[in-house]
Design a protein. Structure first.
Length: 333
């Protein structure tokens, strides 16, 4: 049983995030693939992906532990939706950070020399790991991400609305019932072992995931105790299938760019993962003022919502915006 203890300060600092990031989702997909579970949500995905892992994915799959906790790619590579940004974080991670992250993980004996090379910050080992991450992502995540991203956006939007309308108490009571139970001031959830967590004023980040290997997971960075832990919850409500947009290309004379314009179409896609104005400007390669104006147009059309998160402004897609992404043929920007 996992028991998370809240104070009044923790409740005030609890929030919802859109994703744990592309690197962590990819690693989760490998844990899920190796596990013995038979969830109907992943049955088709598992049968399609299981036989396709090979030499190009092995540098990452070999780092799955024999037992116990695995690597925290969220801490090493960040929670961004860009794979190349995650890889860049890996290349810039200090060697001391890598060594401490790898310490104590129960790697298979035959892969210990490789794990040691990575943990020591060997440049070539990092490059091989980055290429394996890309390969695993192409096989296990990318073909299914249109569906997965839609599910993430829908759940994070629903949780955000619950938080805004009913506060943290209602949000915690709404999480994965009846598995997760909110008994103020303690949140209880099924877990492989007994864990007592005292947030001590840091708050909690509730984050939906697609490739969740268990009902809930708690992620925290032991090297940065100032950061709030993350409670991950599964986002899928139906089986994961590799599919593109609902309408085939050419079945409609429209696409997202012709409806909204190229930049605003790209902005809508970014908000499906949750984005601050600064992040939106960076992803669109425009000024913060221009990003804010694009967000205003989308908000006035009820395609996104905007709320404050500390000193930042957070934009999220609405159900209407999500329906537009699902049903109108899109082309990548």
């Amino acid at each position: 049983m996992l028991r998370i203890h809240f104070t009044a300060e923790d409740l005030a600092r609890t929030r919802v995030a859109a994703t744990i990031g592309v690197a962590a989702e990819t690693y989760y997909s490998l844990e899920l693939l190796r596990g013995s579970g038979d969830s109907p949500h992943f049955r088709s995905w598992r049968s399609a992906v299981a036989g396709r892992m090979g030499a190009n994915t092995r540098p990452l799959t070999s780092l799955l532990p024999v037992r116990g906790p695995g690597l925290d790619l969220l801490a090493l590579m960040g929670d961004g939706p860009s794979l190349e940004h995650a890889v860049d974080n890996l290349f810039h991670a200090p060697a001391a950070r890598l060594r401490r992250e790898f310490a104590g993980i129960d790697f298979p004996l035959e892969h210990l020399p490789w794990a040691r090379r990575v943990s020591e910050g060997d440049r070539e080992a990092r490059r091989e790991l980055a290429e394996a991450l890309r390969a695993c992502h192409r096989l296990a995540v990318e073909p299914y991400w249109h569906k997965g991203r839609s599910e993430l956006a829908a759940l994070s939007s629903r949780y955000t609305n619950v938080l805004l309308e009913g506060g943290v108490d209602l949000l915690l009571r709404s999480l994965c019932a009846p598995l997760v139970r909110w008994r103020p001031p303690v949140l209880e959830a099924p877990y492989p072992r007994g864990v007592e967590v005292h947030l001590r004023g840091r708050g909690l980040i509730i984050t939906p995931t697609v490739f969740s290997p268990r009902a809930v997971s708690l992620l925290w960075d032991p090297l940065d105790t100032t950061q709030p832990p993350r409670l991950t919850v599964p986002a899928l409500r139906e089986p994961l299938a590799g599919a593109g947009p609902s309408f085939a290309a050419g079945s409609s004379g429209r696409n997202l760019e012709s409806l909204l314009g190229r930049t605003r179409a790209a902005a809508l896609r970014v908000t499906a993962e949750g984005s601050t104005t600064t992040e939106l400007a960076r992803r669109l390669n425009v000024s913060a003022a221009a990003a804010s104006q694009h967000a205003k147009v989308l908000r006035n059309a009820d395609l996104i919502t905007t709320s404050r998160r500390g000193g930042s402004v957070l934009h999220r897609i609405t159900p209407l915006g999500l329906a537009l992404l699902r049903t109108v043929t899109t082309t990548e920007p």
